[in-house]
Design a protein around this ligand. Structure first.
Ligand SMILES: NC(=O)c1ccc[n+]([C@@H]2O[C@H](COP(=O)([O-])OP(=O)(O)OC[C@H]3O[C@@H](n4cnc5c(N)ncnc54)[C@H](OP(=O)(O)O)[C@@H]3O)[C@@H](O)[C@H]2O)c1
Length: 289
């Protein structure tokens, strides 16, 4: 039931299947900064619920966001809809000892008012050895508090380190900064993940709005009679191993993002985008926001 999207005019292969068979729609929803402004709260909840209704069921949050206020808002938005949501949260690196990971997850579950997460990520690398974090993750799986674990902001060398430790290769996803203006990962990280059949979750897929005034992007949007953000999202999703999680705090933005799935870009568009946002020609250290 999870991977079901409303409407029929979808042209992309919109479903991603995790290694364990779980299926999600590749267009999800981010929640950074949600729940921090009381005047926006109801609209944000409505936006998330509308996204779930459309089938954008991956919801990404973190204990870090607003010190738990994003998780609380998500908990409210998904009440009565939990089975339709693929819920992701993240542990802060300074909580990511073995015991700390378990305690942080329990805090997230409380705020989210749920008994399990579908995916729990180490937000970025910190002081604790990966072995310790992984021990906590494996215990959370044994206790049924998370279905799978993964990482975020990890470059190839860090992924190699993870994969070299026991159970490290059970990692379910890597969530990284990826959009038209942040293409460094195309050089080595995306190919590495593809080889390992490791799904990539692209965060800030429209660069928090900063790329939307780009001339090439606007020209392509005009040509297809869509918006620059729809072109940018569709472009991120051209890779079938990638999930994009735009954050939209308004219903009209959710609606607009959803429609990116119907867009078909042609080779001329891709070439124009490559000229405006050149692909990497050498290794670039992974960027993060
Ligand atoms: N793992 C990590 O370290 C990490 C880091 C950063 C982000 N993330 C995750 O990735 C999610 C997405 O990234 P992000 O929030 O940084 O940036 P983003 O999704 O690239 O951009 C969000 C901004 O774009 C606007 N927007 C959304 N849809 C739009 C549309 N159709 N037209 C015009 N503007 C639109 C939003 O406005 P409104 O809110 O007003 O709709 C918001 O200001 C986060 O929310 C978070 O869940 C993870």
């Amino acid at each position: 039931m999870l991977a079901q999207i409303k409407g029929k005019r979808i042209n992309m292969n919109e479903i991603l299947t995790f290694r364990d068979g779980a299926e999600v729609i590749r267009l999800g929803q981010g929640t950074w900064y949600m729940g921090e402004d009381a005047s926006k709260r109801q609209e944000e909840i409505k936006a998330l619920q509308y996204g779930i209704e459309l089938g954008m069921n991956v919801i990404d949050t973190a204990e870090m966001y607003g010190d738990g206020s994003s998780e609380k808002l998500v908990g409210e938005a998904i009440r009565g809809k939990r089975e339709n949501v693929f819920l992701i949260s993240k542990v802060l690196p300074w909580h990511a000892s073995s015991k700390g990971t378990i305690a942080a997850c329990e805090g997230s579950l409380q705020r989210l008012k749920t008994d399990h997460l579908d995916l729990y990520l180490l937000h970025w690398q910190g002081e604790y050895p990966f072995e310790e974090t992984l021990e906590g993750m494996m215990e959370l799986i044994r206790q049924g508090k998370i279905r799978r674990w993964g990482v975020s902001n990890m470059d190839v060398d860090e992924m190699e380190k993870f994969y070299s430790i026991t159970n490290g290769d059970t990692c379910a996803a890597n969530e990284v900064l990826y959009n038209l203006s942040r293409r460094g990962v195309e050089y080595d990280l995306l190919p590495w993940c593809k080889k390992k059949k490791l799904p990539v979750i692209a965060y800030s897929p429209i660069e928090q709005g900063r790329i939307l005034n780009n001339e090439a992007l606007m020209d392509i949007a005009d040509k297809h009679q869509v918006t620059p953000s729809q072109v940018a999202l569709n472009w991120v999703l051209r890779n079938p191993d990638v999930i994009a999680i735009p954050k939209a705090g308004r219903v009209e933005h959710v609606e607009s993002n959803y429609k990116c799935l119907s867009l078909v870009l042609d080779s001329e568009d891709y070439q124009a985008l490559d000229r405006a946002f050149p692909p990497p020609t050498q290794k670039k250290r992974l960027e993060m926001l």
